[in-house]
Unconditional design. Structure first.
Length: 641
């Protein structure tokens, strides 16, 4: 009894494994924290304990997170528990810690302390300049594709002299890019770790200083670390070996951006004799939801075993619902939201790909249920959709000046601001719209011959596309416009995950157009959709991708589109094989474990394909991996009420 009474208050509400993880501060430790098991609480209480027991001073603790929000929450929790603000703690993201180190030792890596950090747009500008100076065609090596490759090199901890790529020019651009950044006294986000690694390699005394300083290192979301972060942590922990990594291999879902699940899987090999503590008591979900998530993830071969459990009652079994098609699925999901008494801000629809949100958005608008799209724009507000809509408006109404200005140089046709300025002058002087002004510009031989020819060809294309509306299906005309204008090719040439997503959205737009008998009806519908947006509404249904949902929780979760061809995503299987399949399964595990009380998984029997029209689809293989005693299956055509 006396031991219990003398125990610090911050330990009182911890369960035994959590308490063990807090108290085991000396030596390397891996805390396997399953979904909803209180990992953030363990991390912050561990810091509190180290400080309370005076095992280290604040500046001797390094705590690394992946987001500024997580770092701020950690600081606030420690301050609240100790009852006083602690100065000097190194708590932040990998990048913010990297900046702090580089500012102190900038001259050793060829920079001044006031170096600038480039954002993505600045990176693209520099890469474009380099490609131009090297006479490299940006259609063959699109700048965004180059930026993605350079980012991947840096995630792997590879400098230009270490980089290997099937296209030698990619490495050549990388080398020139780094030289250019140094001349600008600038870095990009990848450099914040890469240059720190270079600093540690070339200046062992600097590395030794930080190794001695950081007596205790704590790492959040260790399963999401990339190769550079992995090496960075190993170097800093080499002296004291008091490194505590908290993570969940079953929630490693960011392989596409460089995360390596192998980092957490081989922790015991990297730190022989380390401790491993499993946090398995879930405080979020019901027994059936945990059983479904666990049954699914057990099919992965490469994982560290753990079994989630809860003291909560069994709750409702999850519902697996078959639907006829995508529209039927959207009607079903929204009807469930209407009939279940759950606050809207506790309802989430989690999709595998962003293009899937359109049908749900339109159904929510029809029923008047407010919603928000997290981690992205609403479907009709996305750049590629607004660009495509401008083309649609232009071919439907050839006098639409705003649409004309948006697409005249998209993709690039050599029509710059000066030419647009001339067209505006003609428009004002003759009191005509800018399209008619362009015809005057062409017919009166104004401007350079090359510009006149480009504008003439574009006007002829618009006239031809407009006339096709009388003889072809309007959706086929829009397909033709996007292809012949070069807009589809613009995104195809980038060959990035972002451009692939944009192409999927364009395909979904064509499907949306097909649902209307005429372009006028479709354009009116879009106008009403955009006008409906109310950013001030607080109680809203959440729409987001599965990747964006990690770390969140909701009372009622819908997981639509669990079919082959959508989930698992075919591109992941094609590019990464078994590893891709296992990451997709982990993504399913994350989706299921977002739910606290009610979970609905749905699939359709047929989907619309951009190339094949309506096709039969098979339910996702993942549905067969969910244990039968945790779900109720309602095939298409059966009622759920």
């Amino acid at each position: 009894m006396s031991n219990i009474l003398s125990e610090p208050g911050y330990l009182c509400d911890l369960n035994p494994p959590q308490k063990q993880a807090v108290l085991s501060v000396d030596g390397p430790l891996l805390v396997l924290a399953g979904a909803g098991t209180g990992k953030t609480r363990v991390l912050t209480t561990r810091i509190t304990h180290i400080l309370h027991e005076k095992k280290a001073r604040p500046f001797e603790i390094l705590a690394v997170t992946f987001t500024n929000k997580a770092a701020q929450e950690m600081k606030e929790r420690v301050t609240k528990t100790l009852g006083t603000h602690i100065e000097g703690m190194w708590i932040g993201t990998f990048h913010s810690i990297g900046v702090k180190i580089l500012r102190t030792h900038s001259e050793k890596v060829g920079l001044t302390p006031h170096f600038s950090i480039l954002d993505f747009d600045d990176q693209i500008k520099v890469i474009k300049q380099i490609c131009q100076s090297l006479d490299i065609d940006d259609k063959r090596l699109p700048p965004k594709h180059v930026a993605s490759a350079i980012s991947r090199f840096k995630d792997q901890g590879k400098r230009p002299d270490q980089a290997i790529h099937p296209d030698p020019q990619m490495v050549h651009v990388y080398k020139a890019y780094q030289e250019r950044l140094q001349s600008l006294n600038a870095v990009d986000f990848g450099d914040l770790l890469l240059l720190t690694l270079l600093l540690f390699k070339n200046y062992p005394d600097v590395l030794a200083h930080y190794q001695r300083q950081f007596k205790y290192i704590l790492v959040d979301e260790y399963q999401d670390t990339n190769a550079a972060q992995y090496v960075w942590l190993q170097l800093l922990a080499a002296h004291h070996q008091n490194i505590c990594c908290v993570g969940d291999d079953d929630q490693s879902i960011y392989g596409w951006r460089g995360a390596e699940v192998g980092n957490i899987l081989r922790f015991d090999q990297d730190y022989p004799g380390c401790g491993v503590i499993r946090l398995e008591q879930n405080y979020r979900s019901t027994h059936h939801i945990l059983g479904a998530a666990s049954g699914l993830i057990e099919n992965n071969g490469r994982r560290l075993t753990k079994t989630l459990w809860t003291e909560r009652d069994d709750g409702q079994k999850i519902l697996i619902k078959g639907t006829w098609d995508g529209e039927d699925e959207a009607r079903f999901v929204i009807s469930q939201i209407e009939n279940r008494r759950v606050p809207l801000n506790q309802v989430a629809i989690l999709v595998r790909a962003s293009y899937q949100t359109r049908l749900f958005e339109e159904r929510l608008l029809t029923t008047g249920i407010p919603y928000r799209v997290i981690g992205g724009l609403r479907f009709y507000e996305r750049q590629e959709i607004k660009d495509a809509l401008a083309y649609v408006k232009l071919i439907y109404q050839k006098s639409d000046s705003l649409a004309f200005e948006r697409v005249i140089n998209l993709p690039k046709r050599g029509i710059g601001p000066s030419t647009i300025g001339v067209l505006h002058n003609i428009s004002r002087e003759r009191q005509i719209n800018i399209i008619e002004a362009t015809r005057v510009f062409v017919n009166e031989d104004q401007g350079r011959p090359g510009v006149r020819k480009t504008l003439s060809n574009f006007l002829n294309d618009v006239d031809r596309w407009h006339s096709q509306l009388d003889t072809m299906a309007h959706s086929d005309v829009v397909k033709t416009v996007l292809d012949e204008s070069g807009y589809t090719g613009l995104w195809m040439s980038e060959k990035t995950s972002e451009s692939a997503s944009r192409l999927e959205n364009l395909k979904e737009l064509i499907k949306a157009i097909e649902d209307f008998g005429h372009l006028s009806g479709f354009l009116d519908h879009v106008s009403l959709v955009l006008d409906h947006f109310d950013n001030k509404q607080q109680d809203q249904v959440t729409l987001m991708t599965l990747h964006g949902a990690k770390g969140l929780e909701f009372e009622l979760v819908f997981l639509p589109g669990w079919e082959e061809g959508i989930f698992p995503h075919p591109r992941c299987l094609q590019e990464n094989g078994l590893e891709g399949l296992e990451e997709e399964r982990r993504l399913g595990y994350v989706g299921i474990s977002r739910s606290k009380k009610h979970l609905v998984i749905s699939y359709a029997l047929k989907r619309y394909s951009f190339y094949q029209g309506w096709t039969h689809v098979d339910p996702s293989r993942f549905l067969n991996e969910i244990p039968e005693d945790h779900f109720i299956h309602k095939p298409a055509g059966t009622s759920c009420f």
